[in-house]
Design a protein. Structure first.
Length: 421
């Protein structure tokens, strides 16, 4: 079948199932009906750079196909699908996610910074670190622009009386929005310094290079000075206080909230994940043997922080798919009202190794090429585990969490059906 035929038949199956049952079928189910591999059907339906969705989403950089290829390769997907082991399953999933959205009354981010006479920088931003690491990433961005070290950049605590405006920490937007604002502020400060340095050395502004706390002429590194000396010259000879200002709001187009149309994000990240599990048919216990995640989050500004975000998202959603469920009685009263009864994964429930692979496709709109990384991993984690369990048991689970009780019931039903035939 051609890609167009696959797409047409996929849409037909989805619409027919929606009409017949009111529920959309899963991609893996559609693949089985069409005689396709679960990875292949996702690749053949994958969005590509330049694609525009019916509702107006405009895809710029997109490494979804590359991520699916990588996940397939590193997981040994083809071999494991051809040589199945009883009660051991493998599942794949893919997803995309926004890099911040411009749909609120206040979406823009601003940044201000002051370059001090010793060459350090005092950065002010309304961006709030809730664990994702912007207190590290934003100084890194400023340091890259000004040719200094991240440790040379201090980051003031958010204070609505002092720090500039920020749209908030939501929709995976902080690095993209606040990072761009910090970059613009740093570029503003660098231009002021470069103009003075160019005047001193009688060259054009474009010839000035900022690197390793020094400022020098591009084609003549000997013609230059250290950054603190240039700053003091600006202050003492010019009466200049070097302060940079910057703001950023993502370009969006044709927004119509009443119709749900328009492109409200400047970039989208992509994920592909393969999960392998082993299920105990007697107890319903699920052992996650391994997980492989390939992601297109643009250029990783801080790989360690990205890895932490992806692992954190994985752990959180292992809990959602296997353990965490609110139990209520017929009166609507919650029965598991404490963490004694609301189960969450422990260290013993997490895979020993998590294999993470970056596509490293820089995005032209993101700060130094960065896009979202972390929150978007939730969907493929959930679906890949659920698909792997369904593959191991031979039954499609459609509600979460997939508890041991549900698994044991499914195994018994399948075994009873086999005996009856």
């Amino acid at each position: 079948m051609s890609d167009t035929e696959v797409l047409d038949k996929t849409h037909y199956i989805i619409l027919k199932r929606m009409v017949d049952t009111g529920q959309a079928p899963h991609y893996t189910e559609i693949a089985a009906e069409l005689g396709l591999d679960p990875v292949d059907i996702r690749k053949r339906n994958a969005v590509t750079p330049g694609y525009e969705a019916p509702n107006g989403f405009k895809i710029t950089t997109c490494g979804l196909s590359e991520a699916l290829d990588k996940a397939r390769e590193v997981s040994g997907w083809d071999v494991k699908k051809k040589n199945p082991i009883k009660y051991r399953g493998i599942g794949v999933s893919a997803a995309g996610f926004i890099s911040g959205s411009n749909i609120m009354g206040m979406s823009a981010c601003s940044a201000m910074l002051k370059v001090l006479e010793d060459g350090t920088v005092a950065l002010q931003s309304g961006a709030t670190d809730v664990g994702q690491g912007c207190d590290t990433v934003l100084p890194m961005i400023v340091a890259e622009v000004l040719g200094i070290e991240p440790d040379d950049v201090s980051f003031a605590l958010v204070d609505s009386d002092l720090t500039p405006m920020d749209g908030g920490t939501w929709s995976s937007r902080v690095t993209f929005y606040a990072g761009n604002a910090a970059k613009v502020a740093a570029l503003d400060a660098r231009m002021q310094l470069a103009e003075v340095a160019a005047e001193i050395f009688n060259v054009s502004v474009e010839d000035m290079v900022f690197k390793k706390r020094n400022v020098y002429v591009r084609d003549n590194p000997e013609q230059g000075m250290d950054l603190p000396r240039l700053i003091r010259y600006c202050q003492n000879r010019k009466g200049m206080t070097i302060m940079g200002r910057g703001y950023y709001n993502a370009p969006v187009s044709n927004l119509d909230f009443s119709k749900g149309e328009g492109n409200f994000s400047a970039a989208y990240s992509y994920y592909a994940q393969v999960c392998e599990v082993e299920v105990d048919p007697e107890t319903g216990y699920v052992d996650i043997i391994n997980m492989w995640m390939a992601h297109d989050g643009g250029r990783e500004l801080n790989p360690m922080l990205v890895r932490g975000q992806l692992i954190g998202s994985t752990v959180m959603h292992i809990g959602q798919v296997l353990y965490e469920g609110v139990i209520r009685n017929d009166k609507g009263e919650t029965l598991n009202t404490s963490f004694r009864d609301y189960k969450m994964p422990t260290f013993m429930d997490i895979p020993g190794t998590q294999n993470l692979y970056s596509m490293e496709i820089p995005d032209s709109e993101g700060p130094f090429g960065a896009k979202e990384a972390g929150e978007g991993a939730s969907a493929p984690v959930l679906a890949s585990i659920a698909n792997a369990i369904s593959n191991a048991v031979g039954f499609r689970f459609t509600t979460l969490p997939i508890t041991p009780e549900e698994i044991v019931k499914a195994v018994k039903r399948i075994n009873s059906s086999k005996k009856a035939t």
